[in-house]
Design a protein around this ligand. Structure first.
Ligand SMILES: CC(=O)SCCNC(=O)CCNC(=O)[C@H](O)C(C)(C)COP(=O)(O)OP(=O)(O)OC[C@H]1O[C@@H](n2cnc3c(N)ncnc32)[C@H](O)[C@@H]1OP(=O)(O)O
Ligand SMILES: O=CC(=O)O
Ligand SMILES: [Mg+2]
Length: 567
């Protein structure tokens, strides 16, 4: 059952009785399940509702400020450093000391909050596992609630998974990675939970439920007295970090734990945020464990921020790597900023994954990952991300070759040279060409990713690369930008204009997808719906803010009748 566009903002029916035991003003519209009810307890929901009520206006204001910044950028303004907060950038202050439990983060594995993957990731040999409610997860009610159950079992140490088909039981090793959790971004609603007649804020649901059920166990078993630990995505301004800081203060108070127990790494993955790194750390200085280069969303954000600037069009997606001047400058400045403030400067995700059936291609993929990690560690990053357990050993070797036994490079690589980086360096136009193959690949990847997302998978392997919401966004906005400005594909020598061929490209790539995945899977999957959503967004006169916001309407499923009929 698909609730097409149904989450709206309608008030909950006063007659309906919830099977979940909810506090006043809270209405659960997702399917009832006895297992989910152990997460959606009255006390936990009360905590989420308290967060929602205290912070909803701050969040609304922050989202309005995003719109205002967008308006300025669309009128031609460039993002830059804020003169009003120069005193923070130039001031001598540091963040709270790094908790011993997470001093060494040289390799972090990431993955959705799926049961088997959580066990595999915690056992992978990585120092940290970032469990993802965000880029790697399709936020269906089932995925979110099961994700919470899985994390609770993981923190309790009791998580197991029985793969009956393969006759294999998964359980935790004695040594496991430290757990970080990434809630959704500020912009996403949770349409299965209404609070005072409005959908809850997605990230407050993710954070609130996880924190409520796990803080005590986590601090005892994982955090050596600190924690829980979080990754915070997609922020654009330090005012958004300030809200998180207040959320953490409130959570610590509720739990009766010391201020500064909760720690978070902020992803710098929007273009406006690169000019706010000091300010973001400053707001979170009691709760920070660093920043991370979220390179894929950053590239997406470059296009989004410059949607009104036809002189800043991107070349093919495959050419926008970390060695482009604007990307290298961002990583260098992030390292300098973090180390000056005493916290980790984390690298990002190379998209290559192991290729099982082709040893030569596999070695080439590993070599690309190796090079990317060498660049990161030599630049001064304290750790990096791996998409797959098969890559941990390689990443670990590269970081250990340079860092030896030191847990990080915070005190040893200061990168003062990066203090000379200017706004021009951070905004420099990416170089490269645009090709028909680039257009075709964007189309094929975008549609297949969205089809997977609509059917519950938020990260998938496509053409030997990891694809998730952030990488798919690049494919979408790149096509949008090329169409909007009638770009000529200059890399093939054919001089074809994108808007003359896009319709035909979509048809041909859909046919190719059908051939590649097979008729049966194509028919059963949501490829046609995905194609409709994707092409609508690519051809829209105004750029949609997020691919997943519109697509979310297709995965919202309300169950009021099922619930009341059970009573
Ligand atoms: C831009 C960003 O935000 S990056 C961060 C968000 N993105 C991610 O986290 C992506 C994480 N990676 C993945 O989801 C997966 O690696 C994929 C989808 C890219 C590839 O997955 P698969 O095709 O299943 O990989 P493959 O078949 O090689 O998996 C082999 C084994 O490794 C496991 N595995 C693969 N990736 C992971 C992972 N990230 N964490 C834990 N286990 C993993 C599989 O579950 C499988 O386990 P099994 O042998 O016990 O059955
Ligand atoms: O979240 C990470 C990114 O690269 O985007
Ligand atoms: Mg991201």
């Amino acid at each position: 059952m698909i609730g097409l566009g149904s989450y709206g903002y309608t008030a909950p029916s006063s007659k309906k009785i919830n099977a979940y035991d909810v506090p006043q003003g809270v209405d659960i519209r997702g399917r009832f399940d006895e297992e989910f009810a152990k997460i959606l307890t009255k006390d936990a929901l009360q905590f989420v509702a308290d967060l929602q009520r205290e912070f909803r206006n701050h969040i609304k204001y922050a989202m309005e400020c995003r719109k205002e910044a967008k308006r300025r950028h669309n009128e031609g303004a460039l993002p830059g450093f804020d003169p009003a907060t120069r005193y923070i950038r130039e001031g001598k202050w540091t963040c709270a000391p790094v908790p011993p439990a997470v001093a060494d983060r040289r390799v972090e594995i990431t993955g959705p909050v799926e049961r088997k993957m959580i066990i595999n990731a915690l056992n992978s040999g990585a120092k940290v596992f970032m469990a993802d409610f965000e880029d790697a997860l399709s936020p269906s009610w089932e995925n979110l609630m099961r994700g919470q159950i899985n994390l609770k079992d993981a923190v309790e140490g009791t998580i197991t998974f029985n793969d009956k088909a393969r006759n294999r039981v998964y359980k935790l090793n004695n040594e496991i990675a430290r757990l970080f959790v990434r809630p959704r971004g500020w912009h996403l609603p949770e349409a299965h939970i209404f609070i005072d007649g409005e959908p809850a804020t997605g990230c407050l649901v993710d954070f609130g439920l996880y924190f409520y059920h796990n803080y005590a166990n986590f601090r005892n078993t994982q955090g050596q007295g600190f924690g829980p630990f979080f990754y915070l995505p997609k922020m654009e301004n330090s005012r958004e970090a300030k809200i998180w800081n207040s959320v953490f203060d409130k959570a610590e108070k509720m739990a009766g734990i010391e201020k500064g127990s909760i720690r978070a790494t902020v992803l710098i993955e929007t273009l406006p945020a690169v000019f706010q790194m000091d300010e973001i750390l400053y707001e979170l200085r009691d709760h920070s464990v660093g920043l991370n280069c979220g390179r894929w969303d950053y590239i997406f954000s470059y296009v989004k921020t410059f949607q009104g600037h036809p002189d800043r069009l991107l070349p093919d997606r495959g050419q926008v790597g970390m060695t482009q001047h604007f990307m290298r400058s961002y990583s260098d400045l992030l390292i300098r900023t973090c180390h000056r403030r005493g916290v980790h400067a984390m690298g990002g995700m190379a998209a290559q994954i192991p290729i099982r059936d082709d040893p030569t291609a596999n070695e080439a993929a590993f070599e690309l990952v190796r090079k990317d990690k060498q660049r990161e560690v030599k630049a001064g990053h304290d750790g990096t991300w791996a998409a797959h357990p098969g890559l941990i050993k390689t990443c670990m070797e590269v970081f250990t070759n340079t860092m030896g036994n030191s847990p990080n490079q915070i005190e040893t690589v200061k990168r003062e040279d990066a203090s000379n980086l200017t706004e021009d360096d951070l905004l420099q136009r990416p170089r490269g060409v645009r090709t028909m193959e680039g257009l075709r690949l964007n189309t094929r990847v975008g549609i297949q990713y969205l089809a997977a997302w609509l059917t519950g998978s938020g990260s998938v392997p496509l053409y030997n690369l990891m694809e998730d919401a952030a990488t798919a966004e690049i494919s979408r906005v790149q096509i949008w930008q090329w169409l909007k400005y009638g770009v000529e594909l200059d890399g093939d020598g054919l001089g074809v204009r994108v808007n003359h061929v896009f319709g035909r490209v979509v048809e041909e790539e859909m046919a190719r997808i059908e051939r590649e995945v097979g008729k049966e899977k194509f028919k059963k999957g949501m490829y046609k719906e995905a194609c409709k959503i994707f092409t609508r967004q690519c051809t829209a006169s105004t750029l949609d803010e997020f691919l997943t916001l519109d697509a979310y309407n297709y995965i919202v499923i309300h169950h009021p009748k099922d619930v009341s009929s059970k009573l």
